[in-house]
Design a binder for this molecule. Sequence first.
Ligand SMILES: [Zn+2]
Length: 314
Amino acid sequence: MVMHVIDTHCDILSRMLADPTISFAIESTGADVCLPRLRQGGLRLQFFALYLSERFADAGMGPILEMIDLYRERVLASGEVVPVRTVKEAEESWASGKIAGVLSLEGAEGLQGNLVNLRTLFQLGVRFLGLTWNHANWAADGVMEPRQGGFTVAGKRLIAECDRLGIILDVSHLSDNGFWQLAELSNRPFIASHSNSRSICNHPRNLTDEQIQMIVQRNGCISLTFVPWFIREKTPVITDILRHLDRFCALGAVDHIGFGSDFDGFDKKLPGLTNPSDYPAFGELLLKHFSEREVEGFFSRNWHSFLLNNLPVD
Ligand SMILES: [Zn+2]
């Protein structure tokens, strides 16, 4: 049985930007995500991150627009992926059997403090914003910034404008101070697109129990990620993900859990979770430990209902 899957983070657009020979339509060496593997994996909705590698961090909107162009010219042009920007499009794509594509910006760096850029990206279909990558930017501090600051004045304006437009905020790389300031400054649901449990694997990219409970309280969603060093410090294996899932469930998150693989965002893979085609076997593993209803929730239902509740209507 192949279950439907929603995956809330992959970096294939950034890979294609760095290497123009990488294809979406067929498997290429050097990339994890491609149409055949999404099909084999049962993917019904894939988030496509607009991530500026450090090489492009100061390059502004240019590389972001290039990645949106790659999304349109390669991913959507395949005819098998349809853009989802609204509840109406989410419902239509779910009924059509095609794969839905959602654009998310990872890190506010490229906006360069100008909300015109944010509004333009909204017009181009961007619906999620990860406020930072690992370091500080003009809006806020990321998890690896030693001073661990929160939001700047301009960053607070960014939150307000995202709330007004209906861009959903993603805390996956945000500093702890930034996380708690965001919880104060916005009363909309927010999400973590690719983070695990810090009490199971003590890495700053993972969420504390209190953070997980706050996202649940806000009716947000949290996607666990397959990056090995966020799963276990030493020699992680696929079953270690179960410990994270158990922890999330113990904190009341069973209806708020999803997966954000981060495929194409890291190289050394967890054995058994190397690209999207591994989802069905992973589902079989989960079914040995969780009920079918729970696994369907983790794989798609939790995120599907979140999107229907939080995307713009039409
Ligand atoms: Zn990331």
